[in-house]
Design a protein around this ligand. Structure first.
Ligand SMILES: [Cu+2]
Length: 127
């Protein structure tokens, strides 16, 4: 019992450190989009964009590395949502030019759709 609590605490600490690193990473990325930040811990956290236009997500399948923040922007003149099929993330209704973002901290495939128009689907592949 006690050991479990300790483990949970440690996980939370790791998560906090990871979040901090992510934040720090994305801030320095703003200053120089292309240059590598030269962090010893591997790839710097990046950003990637999905545009919502004409009732579709573009690109429909987006492949990113772990730690990437994906930003969806609604370029349509119709409201849309971005909802993970597996309940990982869920946006509110996004009007024209509104955005939704989610940071993928685990590798995997994340299918999603628009809950207003369920035929609109997309996929984020995190590796
Ligand atoms: Cu929609």
């Amino acid at each position: 019992m006690r050991r479990q609590i300790k483990w949970c605490g440690r996980l939370a600490t790791i998560q906090m450190v990871a979040t901090f690193l992510l934040l720090a990473g994305s801030q320095s990325l703003g200053a120089s989009d292309q240059a590598s930040t030269g962090q010893a811990t591997g790839q710097p956290a990046g950003k990637a964009e999905v545009k919502i236009d004409n009732f579709s997500f573009g690109p429909e399948t987006l492949t990113v590395s772990v730690g990437t923040t994906v930003i969806w922007t609604n370029r349509d003149d119709i409201p849309h949502t971005v909802v993970s099929t597996e309940g990982v993330f869920k946006s509110k209704v996004r009007d024209t030019d509104e955005t939704f973002s989610y940071t993928f901290s685990k590798a995997g495939t994340y299918p999603y759709y628009c809950s207003v128009h369920p035929k609109m689907t997309g996929k984020i592949v995190v590796q």
